[in-house]
Design a protein around this ligand. Structure first.
Ligand code: IPE
Ligand code: IPE
Ligand code: MG
Length: 237
């Protein structure tokens, strides 16, 4: 937790509803994704100003590859555009960018854009923005199990050495604290393969607001709701 107990140290967001937002306006889904990027821009700024230390956003799941090719292409282009449009402001705001997920499936242009934003924001100390891209919890856990099994095969580790800490340290999120608050927009109440291990004691906040309509005011409401929760961690007060 942050010094201020009311402010979650780590917020994770499932940014959902871009397609429905576009549909309501008779626009193409890709326009919904662009509007979603603008909502992310505002939310990052708001979170940093409110003292959040880590903001993780689900931007592209391993399952999202199954969408129509034109939409996948638009989303990949948006990653590159997003880097270009937002790097200066992120630097100015002291926001450092990190990426979780399997980057091996991305094109060279997407990967070089990601490398650029990571290196150009590396000095940021106010908040870390974690982009979950080609991410899913099950693939993350599978990769971690493989990595641990390889270390056992070489004799570096014994089965008895596997504990919760080692598992956490073998995930993409190794350097991050667990999320305190998980927000999902658009009225859907599911995790969709997001941070399943890390969410063990997270508070959940669901809102009907579609992601492109999310911003400072909606984040404030979610943080307020979080402040009213009683986190017991299985104990008796
Ligand atoms: C979330 O919005 C963005 C991504 C999954 C990339 P959706 O595209 O899922 O929007 P809906 O759920 O169809 O409205
Ligand atoms: C989850 O949203 C993934 C992201 C927000 C990137 P989806 O829209 O893909 O998830 P489902 O299909 O509603 O479970
Ligand atoms: Mg969706």
């Amino acid at each position: 937790m942050s010094e201020n107990k009311q402010i979650p140290q780590h917020i994770a967001i499932i940014m959902d509803g871009n397609g429905r937002w576009a549909k309501q306006r008779g626009k193409d889904r890709s326009e919904g994704h662009f509007a979603g990027m603008m909502a992310l821009r505002e939310t990052v700024k708001s979170a940093a100003h409110r003292g959040v230390k880590y903001l993780t956003v689900y931007a592209f799941s391993t399952e999202n590859w199954g969408r129509p090719q034109a939409e996948v292409d638009a989303l990949m282009e948006l990653v590159c555009k997003g880097v270009e449009m937002n790097t200066p402001e992120l630097r100015q705001e002291g926001v450092k960018v990190a990426v979780i997920g399997d980057r091996s499936r991305f094109s060279e242009s997407v990967n070089s854009a990601l490398d650029r934003i990571i290196s150009q924001t590396a000095e940021g100390e106010k908040m870390t923005l974690v982009l979950a891209l080609n991410y899913s919890s099950r693939s993350e856990i599978t990769a971690a199990v493989q990595a641990i099994a390889r270390r056992i095969a070489t004799g570096e580790l014994k089965a008895e050495d596997i504990d919760e800490q080692l598992i956490s340290a073998s995930l993409y999120t190794a350097s991050l604290p667990d999320p305190d608050l998980i927000i999902r927009t658009s009225g859907e109440c599911r995790l969709s393969n997001f941070l399943m291990w890390q969410a063990a004691y997270a508070e959940f906040y669901f809102t009907d607001v579609l992601w492109p309509d999310f911003g400072d005011e909606q984040l404030a409401e979610a943080i307020k709701a979080f402040g009213a929760r009683d986190r017991r961690y299985g104990l008796v007060k």
